[in-house]
Design a protein around this ligand. Structure first.
Ligand SMILES: [Zn+2]
Ligand SMILES: [Zn+2]
Length: 366
């Protein structure tokens, strides 16, 4: 929409001319009048809201038709509802107009009407979250471990301690807002005059500013550093799980809140053990005679060797359960088991004596 064309004024029109043009146009097509045009009236109102506001006008001049988009993407206005104001008109069905409050943030509309002050926070932007991956040995994931890692992140500037001011610099009152931190503007509309309040762009609402920015961080209050962070890996963490370390991400600008650090674990494979949920899978080899006659064998676990009883007549592939030799549960007490699959070893080479004995067995049909 061309706001200048709607009000029929030139780009160089003064505020007085804009106001005059608006009054005339609004009068002509007011929906309450015979021959009134609600749609046109809305457009006129919208055009006036923008062109009568020097900040919005400048932005409109710069962005043109993408003005609304630019604004909804975080324009610097204190009052989000203002722009939507004209769009909030609805035909009441009685030839008049009314507000559709559902379209607006109520707080904004009340601020708009009553000249209240929306809470303005000073410009302390929050720091970003950081996401990293960490490789763990199989055992480290199972029993837990404390690891020191090095992270390149934004940390507080040690020169200015985060306040972004060069040490020894005087703090002066902001001349733009005279220390108020806000700038007021009187807005004239067909409904009367309204007061709007915006954060002072020079001091970001603080009312004062430093004569000189910190030279070390260029007024950011933070610098990039390699930081050592201790990460405590809980026993039982599984592949791909993520730990959140609150406030260990980038610190915000000028001491703003820190983001979080997310650590996702990658568990390296083990040569002897596999993991299945909270159980550990392993294999043990026994001889033919051990399988047939039964025996006690030694089985490797993550905590050393244990004895396992092989009953007589054990079949190859049978699985034995070693209770509580598995992986601790993250959520509750206790741990899984170790499941040992026994494989009967078939020798590929035999001594003469062995061969003779086996020939004897064969005669016995075994
Ligand atoms: Zn600094
Ligand atoms: Zn200021």
């Amino acid at each position: 929409m061309d706001y200048y064309a709607i009000l029929d004024v030139s780009k160089n029109a003064s505020q007085e001319e804009i106001k005059k043009a608006f009054r005339k146009k609004a009068h002509q097509c007011h929906p309450d009048k015979p021959g009134g045009d609600e749609k046109k009236f809305k457009e006129i109102n919208e055009a006036y809201q923008v062109l009568s506001n020097s900040q919005k006008k400048a932005q409109y001049d710069q962005y043109g038709s993408t003005f609304e988009q630019a604004q909804s993407n975080g324009g610097s206005y204190g009052f989000g509802g203002f722009q939507d104001f004209s769009g909030a008109f609805r035909n009441s069905g009685r030839g008049g107009i009314e507000f559709n409050f559902e379209d607006l943030d109520l707080r904004d509309i009340f601020v708009f009407f009553f000249g209240g002050t929306k809470k303005q926070t000073t410009k302390k932007t929050q720091g970003n979250d950081i996401e990293i991956e960490m490789s763990l040995q199989f055992e480290e994931a199972i029993f837990g471990v404390k690891k020191q890692i090095e992270i390149n992140k934004f940390s507080v500037c040690s020169h200015c301690h985060g306040n972004a001011i060069e040490p020894g610099t005087k703090i002066i009152t902001c001349s733009t807002c005279h220390g108020k931190g806000q700038i007021q503007r009187i807005q004239s509309t067909i409904f009367g005059q309204f007061r709007t309040v915006d954060v002072c762009p020079d001091c970001q609402g603080e009312g004062k500013k430093a004569e000189k920015k910190c030279t070390e961080c260029n007024g950011q209050g933070r610098v990039r550093k390699i930081e050592k962070i201790e990460v405590e890996i809980p026993a039982g963490i599984d592949q791909g799980q993520t730990l959140k370390l609150s406030h260990q991400g980038d610190i915000g600008i000028k001491g703003g809140r820190s983001g979080d650090l997310y650590v996702t674990v990658r568990i390296l494979p083990h040569s002897k053990f596999k993991r299945k949920g909270n159980d550990i899978l392993s294999k043990a080899t026994i001889t033919f005679s051990q399988a047939v006659l039964g025996d006690k064998i030694e089985v490797e676990t993550l905590e050393g060797k244990v004895r396992l009883k092989i009953p007589a007549g054990t079949l190859s592939g049978k699985i034995f359960r070693l209770t509580d030799k598995g992986i601790p549960y993250l959520q509750h007490r206790g741990r899984g088991d170790q499941l040992v699959e026994v494989i009967i070893f078939i020798p590929q080479k035999l001594t003469k004596e062995q061969k003779k004995l086996l020939e004897e067995l064969k005669k016995q049909e075994m």
